[in-house]
Design a protein around this ligand. Structure first.
Ligand code: SF4
Length: 227
């Protein structure tokens, strides 16, 4: 596959979906504003996360917290739901088979893993990879909002229904959230399937590629012809 060499600098982009022409949809207005504290740093948040025991069960069962990884000035963040077993062991999000597939998706978008930022709704692994409980997601939300306030991404891609519903405060299925552009405190948000779902349902990869094409068009990144 040939690759173009896009310039991944911040540029002004339209407030509308370039595919449908529809305006970006605001996230649930009941959500708190992103937290921005003067003097805050990613290292300070990382230390706070590492010491956090707000979720008693998760703090007792985790091997370590999983903060996030990537370019601290990334235009694009990928948001998952929570660490799995591999992530809990290595302390980095999306490093197992699903992570390898995410890497391939990022590369297909002519980006590199180091250019984007990857993080999760929860910083600790739920036992048995169960879904995050609402109180756990609420406990961890200030860390996520502090990260986003510092990174200031222009775009965010929610990977899977858990991440999308938690971030946007919506109850729609991931199928209904795909193909739309949401707004989360000025960040343009698109939603697609979680890579782990794609491993179980390879036929959905075509849908995710459509989502990535829409996202790259929003970002002004030209993709090479791809079969
Ligand atoms: S999931 Fe988040 S809020 Fe809960 S213990 Fe871990 S770091 Fe703290």
């Amino acid at each position: 596959m040939s690759r173009s060499t896009p310039t991944h600098t911040r540029v002004h982009t339209s407030q509308t979906n370039p595919v449908s022409g529809a305006p970006a949809i605001a996230a649930d207005s009941k959500r708190p504003s992103a937290i921005s504290v003067a003097g805050d740093t990613l290292d300070a948040i990382r230390r706070d996360v590492a010491a956090c025991t707000r979720c008693r069960e998760l703090a007792c069962t985790r091997t370590q917290t999983v903060f996030g990884v990537g370019n601290p000035h990334a235009r694009l963040c990928f948001l998952g739901e929570a660490p799995g077993a591999d992530e809990d062991r290595r302390g980095e999000p999306f490093v197992g088979r699903a992570g390898q597939l995410l890497d391939r998706i990022i590369e297909a978008c002519t980006l590199k893993r180091e250019e984007v930022y990857i993080l999760n709704i929860l910083k600790c692994r739920p036992p048995g990879n169960r879904n995050p409980e609402p109180d756990e997601a609420a406990n961890c939300r200030p860390f996520l909002d502090r990260q986003l306030a510092l990174i200031k991404p222009e775009f965010l891609c929610c990977l899977g229904a858990v991440a999308a519903k938690n971030l946007l405060g919506r109850e729609d299925s991931i199928g209904k959230m795909r193909g739309r552009v949401f707004d989360y405190h000025g960040i343009k948000v698109v939603c697609t399937y979680h890579p782990a779902y794609l491993l179980r349902n390879p036929s959905a990869k075509r849908d995710t590629w459509e989502d990535m094409q829409m996202l790259m068009k929003l970002m002004g990144i030209e993709l090479p012809g791809r079969q």
